[in-house]
Design a binder for this molecule. Sequence first.
Ligand code: PLP
Length: 388
Amino acid sequence: MMQLAKRMDSLGTETAFEVLARANALAAQGKSIINLGIGQPDFKTPPHVVEAGRKALADGHHGYTPANGIPPLREAVAADIAKYRKVEIDPADVLIVPGGKVTMFFAILMFGEPGAEILYPNPGFPIYESAIRFSGAKPVPIGLHEKNGFAFDAEEVLAKITPATRLMILNSPANPTGGVVPKAEFDKLAAGLAAHPQVCILSDEIYGRILYDGHEHVSFLGYEELRDRTILLDGWSKTYAMTGWRMGYSVWPKALFPHAERLAINCHSCVNAAAQYAGIAALEGPQDAVDEMVAAFAERRQIIVSGLNQIPGFRCVEPGGAFYAFPNIEGTGFTAKALQNKLLDEAGIATVAGTSFGAFGEGYIRFSYAASRAEIEEALQRIKDCLR
Ligand code: PLP
């Protein structure tokens, strides 16, 4: 009999991939499926970025790169951070990783062990809680509430810190809620953290360029006094429609960087060489494609939010960023999971139950509106008909 390590029992998953598999299976049977489940842009990677990747392959970039990433890419990341976050960083602190997820896994492995506590947003990206449990640490949820537009309450967060707290995960704009934390709340949190020097902050800013209604991105890297314990998570997946390229980056405090680099060497050696050249083109090239994508999301956001609010039993706050709507569905009388299944089986609409993002997601379901306007309109009609 094979014997798996005990820790495998505590590893969770990302249900969006299961929903995607089920939706694909139904589509293969000939059912008409509208996929509002998986969280990825429905756009293609901008052509100049694809071309840079193709050229890198043709030019012979086929070998290992430095584990940290190629120097011009790390410099391009530092320049991008200076441009969009108005923060000067040392390119030596940038680690290129295969996707945004890798940064969170490394940060959680670095701090998590039995006896340690890690704070994470709930509802939130499901891998946070999964990886925390896997590490043996205690996951301590930061409850996010609809009444606050799903932004955290700094006082509530600070009250959860104990001497065992080692890491705090923040995510704004957020998955699955689209919530954006106001600057004043970040300021309060940052000020309060002065009293807790043992707490490192992982700021997941992967949706930092996808903001609406004049929201300005607040980067946690901007808190100079916390720089020596702030880890930035970002990447190319969402901003440049590059989810399949597996390209992400992190910025680490100098004291943590060697540990992150060692994890990288043990885990994946380096990121795909050609993809790194594409990454440079994405950051340094024209940004029109990003602007166009965000403008399209903004329009769809209006359609889906107002459409959902017209469905009896649904109540949807306006998301300030990302490309998710997270309506309250308690009025339908269904649990989140039951409604997710009903909409997929009876209406052919793939969504993800709020509970897939943690216990605090009960009563909500997530719609990814990275789909065409026609699909969103059709989906809204089908949901109405299905629940009639
Ligand atoms: N962080 C958040 C909040 C996300 O929603 C996602 C992807 O959905 C990621 C990180 C991971 O991104 P990647 O696909 O680059 O690993």
